[in-house]
Design a protein around this ligand. Structure first.
Ligand code: AMP
Ligand code: MN
Ligand code: ZN
Length: 892
């Protein structure tokens, strides 16, 4: 890398592969390579083949151990290893790094050597960066590197390409501007960031431009500060506790504060007619103010309130913060640009609501989806009367919908999006970044004019298309910020995206690491990506390293918190290794909801602890999808079942499925002790304090909001309450229906039983007749009836077998409640039919005994059973209470 010094490196950089005839006359870059391209091409090829070769080495673990048992292999490894170490040492020495790679203390040496390599890589990459900067005419070597926590020096990361602005010669290189020593802005925030695993509650406490006044919940915020709940719990939790005490404000807490105003917003005629595009002022002639003081912000707000439109954009940082930080706000009017330091004025920005929610002032954004959420989350700002040029671009069906493209298309401006991913926390802001930020809003009002005119032209002067853009923009401004909420199933959604099929141990590791990462990220206010990037998490889960070093080896570079907590991580991996190993198919079934039953094994309970068996692991059976062959874990049950079913097959064949259900339920209950149940409830209350407001139907949770903004979890709104009321009503209705059905069933049972009785008697009579005939033919007269009766049990004729089934059926589903029970009328039948007690089958015909036997079978441990609810209802109830809240998060 250090050889990439040539001046054209930035332009013809690594991407270039087109041979240039002119280059041939130039002197060779280094022996054997005519130019940078050739060198890079060769270098990449070499790296690629080295990577391939290393991938085909014997796998660590058994495979390697096996090969190691051959002396030849061992020897070869040693010699090659020495060679490699030597080579690395030389490289490190060349770069002036510590390089005692070959001191081979095998036990402590590996980790230390690994650190050396990481350090050296840092140094080399840093050097390459500096050289590239130099090549671009920037010298940043004077920049002192300050210890973390210090106020950053003037510019830690400076521009690295001055050619960028305007010249059009864009380097294709895209570099993440990352500042090493930026002080954490969070430290200066007046209000602590609330990373608790609780839903977001709007920050607003004053509501300008209100048609509907702000609920008292928000206006009393100052008073609420004195509440005892606020003392040592996160704000949202305190709010929740308070709210629980007072049992009010639930609706208000999660509603969009400007919902009413937005619902009643109409776009005036003037904004639906064709505008004359008003040309932007050249940037160079435009005043630009940097605002980081309250009085300037107040003045800006006053200025904005007098306008009829202004453009807004935000810059954001998400790497060193859990929820993300809005670092900058750019505002452009027709005459001026403003750059607001939103880190500095974070607690004061709410005053802009006066202009932002004024329905007579149009706020123009480009792609406002995230901005709307960030404004709410960080400042309690809302937008009433938004125009999103991204939506306009879509409606116009332009080739692309990025701001770059609009700038090029309408303003012939070549923007440079390289700074988009810069570290916007840097202060003071380098001039290049200020310029970049300005560009994002400076031209936007002109673009707003242009797209409106085109939208009307496009639609032959009819306002329909333009109106649709206004409507879509309004929908965006109605978006609510939803905090990423950790649930026990969050990990599954992320795991699915890895497109790797994990066995139970790997999946467990992934689940545990995911929980660890989430907890730590909230605690340390870091992004989950900073704590442990997903691909590393996936690799650790896949490899399940036996040693802490193995975990380190899965990470390159090693995240600081992983290094710090490698022992904790190691314990988690060990814990995962203790899981019974099931194949990937089973793991995949689990994802589909067919989860093998596992015994809870660990009793470490905490809000983020998922080490115990997750409920979802146990509760996915619904009567329709009972696994018949579910692997060894089921084998015992199945065996038992088979015996049971065989024994009774001819008699209660249709009862098979309910019995299954019953057994499942029973097993579940057995596998969870009372303490476990209790703990589970506690944990549930931890994870979702809003459980009480949730409907109890089986609604799928959509998690991982953090990773997919379009699929955020929480739709916390009054809908919850409405839903739960609705749900209660539904449940009430269902109960009522169930009762009615039970009555109806009971009636039917009686009816059927009577019918059965009748036909049974008929059949008996038939049988008797046949036998009578037979008897008569042999002996004649005498004891016919008795003989018939005693033989019935063993040789029940077919017709009566069928009848038994039909008599059985209603009992199996709905044994009649005592009040509506009509006893069998024995007066008509010969009671000696039942005399043979040896024959179990005979019991079939005694409804009372039948019910009794049934009960015994169902409740071998004498548990109280609710027969009124019926067997089906029982399993339903069990399922319902288990599934409880988890699946009940409202869908978005
Ligand atoms: P923009 O609206 O283009 O100025 O982007 C605003 C913020 O969104 C930037 O400061 C970034 O934090 C973030 N952002 C924009 N584009 C990306 C991207 N492609 N990847 C990650 N973050 C992005
Ligand atoms: Mn933006
Ligand atoms: Zn921007």
């Amino acid at each position: 890398m250090a050889t990439l010094k040539s001046n054209d490196s930035a332009d013809s950089g690594p991407r270039g592969s087109t041979p240039d005839a002119n280059d041939e006359e130039k002197t060779e870059l280094c022996p054997g390579f005519k130019d940078v391209d050739a060198f890079v091409k060769y270098g990449l090829g070499a790296v690629l083949s080295a990577t391939k070769a290393s991938a085909s080495l014997p796998q660590a673990g058994d495979e390697y151990d096996f090969y190691r048992s051959f002396p030849g292999f061992q020897e070869f490894c040693e010699s090659q290893g020495d060679k490699l170490l030597h080579c690395m040492s030389q490289m490190m020495q060349h770069h002036g790094c510590r390089s005692h790679m070959r001191e081979r203390n095998k036990l402590t040496g590996l980790e230390e050597r690994f650190d050396l390599v990481v350090d050296s890589n840092d140094v080399i990459l840093e050097r390459a960066g500096i050289l590239l900067d130099e090549a671009d005419g920037v010298n940043r070597t004077q920049q002192p590197v300050m210890p973390a926590g210090f106020q950053p020096p003037k510019i830690v990361v400076s521009s690295w390409n001055r050619k960028g602005s305007g010249s059009g010669s864009r380097s294709e290189m895209f570099r993440l501007l990352h500042a090493k020593n930026v002080a954490r802005p969070q430290l200066k925030f007046k209000e602590k960031v609330d990373n608790s695993n609780t839903p977001f509650v709007p920050k607003i406490f004053i509501k300008p431009n209100a048609i509907k006044t702000l609920p008292s919940y928000f206006t009393n915020k100052q008073i609420r500060k004195e509440r005892p709940e606020d003392l040592d719990v996160p704000a949202a939790l305190a709010d929740f506790i308070h709210q629980q005490r007072t049992q009010e404000h639930v609706e208000d807490m999660f509603a969009h504060p400007y919902q009413y105003e937005l619902d009643h917003l109409t776009i005036p005629e003037s904004l639906l007619s064709k505008p004359e595009p008003q040309m932007y002022k050249p940037m160079a002639e435009t005043k630009c103010s940097f605002i980081d003081a309250l009085e300037d912000l107040v003045a800006l707000n006053e200025k904005l309130c007098r306008l009829s439109e202004f453009a807004v954009d935000l810059e954001h940082h998400s790497y060193r913060s859990f929820l993300g930080l809005t670092c900058l706000m750019q505002i452009s009017t027709r005459d001026e640009d403003f750059i607001i330091d939103t880190l500095e004025l974070r607690s004061e920005l709410y005053i802009l609501n006066e202009a932002f929610t004024d329905p007579t002032i149009v706020k123009v954004f480009h792609g406002a989806d995230s901005d709307i959420e960030w404004l709410q989350r960080d400042f309690g700002l809302y937008v009433v009367n938004l125009f999103d040029t991204h939506q306009a671009s879509r409606a116009l069906n332009l080739a692309r919908h990025s701001l770059d493209h609009l700038l090029k298309h309408f303003c012939s401006v070549d923007s440079d999006k390289r700074y988009q991913l810069a570290d916007w926390r840097i202060r003071p802001l380098p001039d290049e970044m200020v310029q970049y930020a300005r560009t994002d809003t400076h031209y936007l009002l002109y673009i707003y004019d242009c797209v409106r005119a085109q939208l009307l032209d496009f639609n032959h002067g009819q306002p329909g298309l333009l109106q649709s853009v206004w409507n879509k923009s309004k929908d965006i401004s109605l978006k609510k910020y939803l905090k990423p909420i950790y649930t026990e199933e969050s990990y599954l959604e992320l795991q699915r995206k890895q497109k790797k099929s994990f066995n139970t141990q790997q999946l467990t590791a992934f689940r545990l690491l995911f929980a660890w990462r989430d907890k730590l990220a909230r605690q340390e206010d870091e992004s989950t990506g900073y704590v442990l990037p997903t691909h590393m998490m996936s690799k650790i889960s896949e490899e399940l390293p036996r040693e802490p070093q193995g975990i380190i080896a899965c990470c390159n570079p090693v995240p600081p918190l992983v290094r710090q907590q490698v022992n904790e991580l190691h314990l988690l991996v060990q814990q995962a290794r203790e899981m019974p190993l099931l194949k990937a198919e089973i793991a995949a079934q689990k994802k589909k909801g067919l989860t093998p039953i596992k015994k809870p094994e660990v009793a470490l309970f905490g809000p983020h602890d998922t080490s115990r068996v997750s409920e979802s692991d146990l509760r996915h059976f619904s009567p329709g999808e009972l696994p018949v062959k579910q692997g060894m874990l089921f084998s015992d049950n199945e065996h038992k079942m088979d015996v049971d079913v065989q024994k009774t097959s001819g008699l209660i064949a249709p009862a098979k499925i309910p019995l299954f259900e019953e057994l499942e339920t029973k097993n579940e209950q057995e596998s969870l002790s009372v303490a476990h149940m209790k703990a589970r409830r506690i944990i549930e209350s931890f994870e979702n304090p809003f459980r009480m407001y949730l409907p109890s139907t089986d609604v799928h949770i959509n998690k991982n909001a953090k990773f997919d903004p379009s699929s955020k979890i929480f739709e916390i709104s009054k809908r919850w309450k409405l839903q739960s009321i609705e749900q209660q009503q539904k449940e009430f209705e269902a109960k009522r229906k169930a009762k009615e059905e039970a009555k109806e069933q009971a009636r039917k049972v009686t009816e059927e039983r009577n019918k059965a009785k009748q036909s049974y008697q008929e059949s008996l009579q038939n049988v008797a007749t046949v036998r009578q005939q037979a008897a008569e033919s042999t002996k004649g007269g005498g004891k016919k009836r008795e003989r018939v009766a005693s033989e019935v049990g063993e040789s029940t004729p077919k017709p009566s077998k069928k009848l038994m089934k039909s008599a059985e059926k209603p009992q199996k589903t709905e044994p009649p409640p005592p009040d509506s029970f009509t006893p069998f009328d024995y007066s008509q039948s010969d009671l000696k039919v039942f005399a043979d007690t040896k024959s179990k089958d005979n019991s079939q015909f005694d409804p009372n005994r039948q019910a009794h036997d049934f009960k015994k079978k169902k409740n071998p441990k004498g548990q109280k059973s609710n027969f009124g609810a019926g067997n089906r209802s029982m399993s339903y109830l069990a399922g319902k209470s288990d599934r409880g809240f988890r699946h009940n998060w409202p869908k978005r």
